[in-house]
Design a protein around this ligand. Structure first.
Ligand code: BGC
Length: 759
């Protein structure tokens, strides 16, 4: 429907009808206006399956929803590093939505993993904004290609579950831009989501629902968002302020209370009616986009989507360790499947994303070489207690096999929406089981079902570890396909696995105090922190093994020196040198070599996933723009690519660089300098114009020989004051100090000098 038509429609609406459009009809539906042909539409969770509730409703996954397919959760999809996989997931969900008449799916969930403790990390993508935004873009494009909307959430800085409804996330502008906004930015700019969901929390003191800077200035004006903003469920604070800030729809229903507040505010002229009109237009633009493009023929093919869920999960599984190439399991190997999750996998997290799955496929059910496979439960996950009988039976089963595969991980109550984890440990009973099995079976593999990093005290005792994350309802089939080599694993970690909780960047402040969470680690989130500190981690960001091997060669750059706007083309050759077809995730990092700003040692700036047959070589090409070299400069409130040298690095992970090339970038942005009496000699001398003026003025004011004499005097006993100290002192000396150290110096002269510098 054209904007003009929508405007006309809104012009025909009463104040009451317009205010009514600002909140939900019920838990999942928006209001319609029958007399004007405005339909009521339904939205539904999300993000990795359809949680459509036809009966009793809730936002915590307590009541029944329709039977649907549970796809790999965000943690898993991100580890695919595969845009195509995320897009396919989106397309399937979009089709399911059309079949079930759902206008918007509430996802993707794109918050940054600031700490592995966040209870909801299983739904989120990554600690890295590029991975988040790239995967989010593909998901959104996939869903919306079916004329169904998405709602990237939770916008923004909602990085903890503890007190998520009231907590205040406090961070500086640079951290916000480089990390937390960047996770959403690319997706909003490129994929144009139909809606965005604002989060519960405050950002720098203002609830997101009424944060004009976020919802209007950045989201709409800067990024070009043209859909509607809806609150998270119950995230409304002050309805009138929120409307002014750019929050269109309050969800779920308001009981009429906040609609009345809007009406009263218009009547008392506290709220301009034009703001309400615009909000309705933005909202209706999307409602009609869906209504006019309904696909009544769409079918929710649960069987087909189950197959897709398996296929996608196979892209996600990360082979963390594979000593002596123990995996894949050779045919007819007597293998003991140990652990409850071999028969009842943990495959999704608790809360609003919880799917009523059509069929949960276990590894046991899908094992190809069934007569060679035995099973022992080993542990229960209802409580963390060693069951000696189950343990003994498991040890016996493992002993009698040639190989043991332990299906372990985090139980439901160890991670969930609504609360944070307290530690990174797996249940003690499972750690003990793994240790006991490893003692009797040297060929032990651990398959991990978890939504976030865990500590692995047994890592040196087992030969192989497979991270399957919360891999959706077909996780069992996907896991055996990888274990038995039908599929070559190609997932990479979208987050660092630290050695221990105490090592994490925000260990000291996570969760905050008195409802304030200070993001004091700034941009040093995840690998940006560990690599800059050169810390030992359990597994680095970007890590993942394969059953084949990849060689990198011929790193080329289009030019050795560029002006920032010119961009840089980088190519690298990747060869599959092993004997099995496989996929490699090519990771490009940029390292600023001589930055004056405090910057991470390296940052991921591009990646691609490619498939290679044995012996095959492909040239992978990346185009880097100015942003790849930039940081957010808080003086100019803009991206800034400093002039200087940068290293282009191709890595196997954030830690292991294979090929590098240094280039030079010339900045095209000037940072306007304002000099004062407190500007230091160093600052002035660093500025070409400042240097010329200062040198001339100094000469005129004191004569060159006097200046030299002063320097000698200041130096005095050279065993106490050396050249370096003298240079540092001069460099750091504010102009005003000349009054103290240069006899006869007049303040007036210095003020004239400052005026000349600023002219
Ligand atoms: C969650 C959202 C979800 C909404 C509706 C909230 O509690 O934070 O992600 O979409 O409920 O269920």
């Amino acid at each position: 429907m054209k904007r003009e038509e929508i405007k006309e429609l809104v012009a025909q609406m009463t104040l009451e009808e317009k205010a009514g459009l600002c909140s939900g009809l019920d838990f999942w539906q928006t209001k319609g206006v029958e007399r004007l042909g405005i339909p009521s539409v339904r939205v539904s969770d999300g993000p990795h399956g359809l949680r459509k509730q036809d009966g009793e409703s809730d936002h915590l996954g307590m009541n029944e929803s329709i039977q649907a397919v549970c796809f790999p959760a965000g943690c898993a999809i991100a580890s695919s590093f595969d845009r195509e996989a995320a897009q396919m997931l989106g397309e399937a969900l979009g089709k399911e939505c059309q079949a079930e008449d759902v206008s918007v799916i509430l996802g993707p969930a794109m918050n940054i993993k600031r700490s592995p403790l966040c209870g909801r990390n299983f739904e989120y993508y990554s600690e890295d904004p590029l991975v988040s935004t790239e995967l989010g873009t593909a998901y959104i494009q996939g869903v919306q290609s079916r004329n169904v909307g998405t709602s990237p959430k939770h916008f923004m800085a909602n990085n903890q579950e503890y007190h998520r409804m009231t907590s205040n996330s406090v961070m500086n502008e640079r951290t916000m831009r480089e990390i937390y906004l960047a996770a959403f930015e690319g997706a909003v700019r490129r994929a144009k989501p139909w809606t965005v969901m604002n989060s519960y929390n405050k950002l720098n003191g203002t609830y997101l629902c009424e944060n004009k800077e976020m919802l209007t200035d950045i989201l709409r004006k800067e990024w070009g968002f043209d859909g509607f903003v809806m609150t998270d469920w119950g995230a409304m604070n002050d309805r009138v302020q929120a409307l002014k800030a750019g929050c269109n729809l309050e969800m779920p229903y308001s009981g009429g209370g906040t609609d009345a507040e809007i009406i009263a505010a218009v009547k008392s002229e506290e709220l301009e009616e034009s703001i309400l009109d615009r909000s309705c237009e933005e909202f209706l633009n999307i409602v009609f986009r869906y209504a006019k493009n309904r696909d009544e023929t769409a079918v929710f093919d649960r069987k087909k989507d189950h197959e897709l869920a398996r296929k996608l999960e196979e892209e996600c599984i990360v082979l963390l360790k594979n000593e002596g190439n123990l995996l894949p399991i050779k045919e007819h190997t007597r293998t003991a499947f140990i652990g409850k999750y071999a028969k009842e996998p943990r495959y999704q997290g608790g809360g609003s994303s919880h799917i009523n799955s059509t069929h949960v496929e276990s590894a046991w059910e899908m094992a190809p070489d069934k007569e060679y496979v035995t099973y022992a439960k080993g542990f229960d996950d209802r409580e963390d207690a060693v069951d000696e009988k189950l343990l003994a039976e498991a040890v016996e089963t493992a002993k009698n096999a040639e190989m043991a595969v332990i299906f372990a991980g985090l139980p439901d109550n160890f991670e969930s929406e609504g609360y944070d984890r307290k530690h990174l440990g797996m249940p003690n009973c499972q750690n003990r089981l793994i240790e006991e099995i490893a003692k009797v079976q040297e060929n032990t593999v651990v398959v991990l079902h978890n939504g976030a990093p865990v500590e692995m005290p047994w890592i040196n005792d087992v030969k192989a570890v497979l991270e399957v994350y919360l891999g959706g309802q077909a996780v069992g089939g996907a896991a055996v396909n990888v274990l038995y080599g039908k599929t070559n694993p190609s997932g990479r970690l979208p987050e660092t696995f630290p050695v221990r909780l105490q090592d994490t960047p925000c260990y000291l402040t996570y969760g905050g105090e008195q409802d304030t969470s200070e993001y004091t680690e700034g941009v040093f989130v995840g690998y940006r922190y560990y690599t800059s500190r050169d810390m030992k981690v359990l597994f680095p960001f970007g890590h993942g093994l394969s059953y084949t091997a990849f060689d990198y060669s011929s790193l080329t750059v289009s030019r050795d020196a560029i002006r920032e706007s010119e961009g840089l083309q980088v190519t690298v050759d990747v060869t599959n040198t092993g004997s099995m077809a496989g996929k490699e995730v090519v990771q490009l990092y940029v390292a600023a070599k001589d930055s004056k700003a405090i910057r991470p040692v390296r940052e991921l700036r591009a990646f691609d996933k490619i498939a290679l047959q044995p012996g095959e070589t492909k040239t992978v090409s990346f185009m880097l723009d100015a942003r790849a070299f930039s940081y957010w400069n808080m003086e100019i409130h803009d991206w800034y690519a400093e002039t200087g040298n940068y290293e282009i690095q191709i890595g196997r992970s954030a830690e292991e660089m294979i090929l590098t090339k240094e280039i030079r970038v010339e900045s095209e942005k000037a940072i306007p300098k304002v000099f004062t009496l407190n500007s230091t000699m160093g600052e002035i001398m660093a500025d070409p114009k400042g240097k010329a003026i200062l040198e001339q003025a100094m000469g005129a004011m004191m004569g060159n020989s006097q200046a030299a004499e002063m320097a000698d005097q200041a130096k005095g006993d050279s065993s106490v004051i050396n050249d370096e100290m003298l240079a540092a002192t001069m460099e750091a000396m504010p102009l005003r100090q000349m009054l103290s150290f240069i006899p006869g110096m007049q303040k007036e002269l210095l003020e004239q000098l400052v005026a000349a510098l600023n002219a």
